[in-house]
Design a protein around this ligand. Structure first.
Ligand code: C5P
Length: 322
């Protein structure tokens, strides 16, 4: 039995679950603020943020996978330090073989689903109030439970089914309350919001979240490959779908113009960077949670984020702009 990893004596499973709950709350608040605090014509590109997130997550995962690689095998150059050029070359070759192992294609499925989901998330937070988005997005626990039962043959205890039922009722109540004020609103900030568009984006994101999460768990737990190698594969397969909306945008590198890079990252201020960094943290934490706990526990933990967001939202004023 492998030792359960821990941080300062606390099992990594619980540390990652609690950190993910806080990360989820922060993400909703910061992402929402970053989108609605500027007029639509002055906001940053969601597609650029998604691409940047994948590049950063991929680079961090590649570094961790490289450092974790066991290089003390019989065929490795012995008696030399890790940074010896021969050892480095050997490690790069080993890592390359691991990343491009024959079953790497399996990660293309969650990669595409996650890129779609990460773009939909921006549509949802731009069109719904932060609290409404936060509650509606918890429907992903229902889709995750359904996919876990079907694809992983998981059995849920009656308590978990009951908790899911309460959650569904909670989401329903919030939607009915919002129903009366649905349509185009300014969200109190002058930013035009379309509640129907936002809700449709949430529904689709919940579907991709459940399917991608459970599929990733299935691939991860049915093979010996390292979690960080799987993360690198996921990021690599995400690059192409993340590039597609950029290639069709005005800032496409396919139509080189002197300022295409500036155009790609136009309006990328502190809040946009904060959103990207919190997304990166979330992705890495999600991977740890799926490995050391599971998707259903992850869902229950992140619903805690509603309470955290609620407390924070009460003390944050709504942004105003002309
Ligand atoms: O909302 P949900 O919990 O499904 O979001 C998961 C997030 O974690 C997505 O943004 C996805 O891109 C990211 N992720 C990741 N690496 C994994 C699994 C998920 O970056 N191995």
């Amino acid at each position: 039995q492998a030792a359960v990893p821990s941080i300062c004596g606390m099992p990594l499973k619980y540390v990652s679950l609690v950190t993910l709950a806080v990360q989820n709350a922060l993400l909703t608040l910061i992402m929402h603020y970053s989108r609605v605090s500027a007029a639509p014509s002055h906001t940053y590109s969601a597609a650029s943020a998604v691409l940047l997130t994948e590049l950063l997550k991929g680079s961090i995962s590649l570094t961790v996978a490289f450092l974790r690689l066991d290089y003390c095998s019989p065929s490795s150059p012995s008696g030399s330090s890790l940074w010896n050029p021969r050892v480095l070359l050997y490690r790069f070759r080993r890592l390359g073989k691991e990343v491009f192992r024959p079953d790497c294609w399996k990660l293309s499925i969650p990669a595409i689903l996650y890129v779609i989901q990460n773009n939909l998330q921006f549509v949802a937070v731009s069109n719904l109030e932060a609290a409404t988005f936060q509650v509606s997005y918890q429907m992903k626990i229902l889709t995750t439970a359904a996919f876990s039962v079907v694809m992983l043959r998981k059995k849920l205890s009656p308590t978990k089914w009951l908790a899911l039922l309460f959650l569904a009722i909670g989401v329903g109540v919030v939607q009915i309350q919002n129903g009366s004020s649905s349509g185009h609103t300014s969200g109190g900030s002058g930013h035009d919001m379309n509640a129907f568009k936002g809700f449709m984006a949430v529904v689709m994101a919940c579907f991709t979240s459940g399917l991608a999460g459970v599929y990733f768990e299935m691939v991860l737990k049915n093979s010996q490959a390292d979690l960080w190698v799987r993360n690198v594969q996921l990021s690599l397969f995400s690059l192409l779908p993340a590039l597609v909306p950029i290639l069709f945008s005005d800032a496409s590198p396919a139509r080189p113009s002197p300022g295409w890079l500036q155009q790609l990252f136009a309006n990328f201020g502190a809040w946009a960077w904060a959103t990207v960094l919190i997304q990166v943290l979330g992705g890495l934490l999600t991977a740890l949670v799926i490995k050391y706990a599971d998707n259903i526990l992850k869902g229950f933990a992140t619903s805690l984020s509603i309470v955290i967001s609620f407390l924070a939202l009460r003390s944050i004023p709504t942004p105003q702009h002309p």
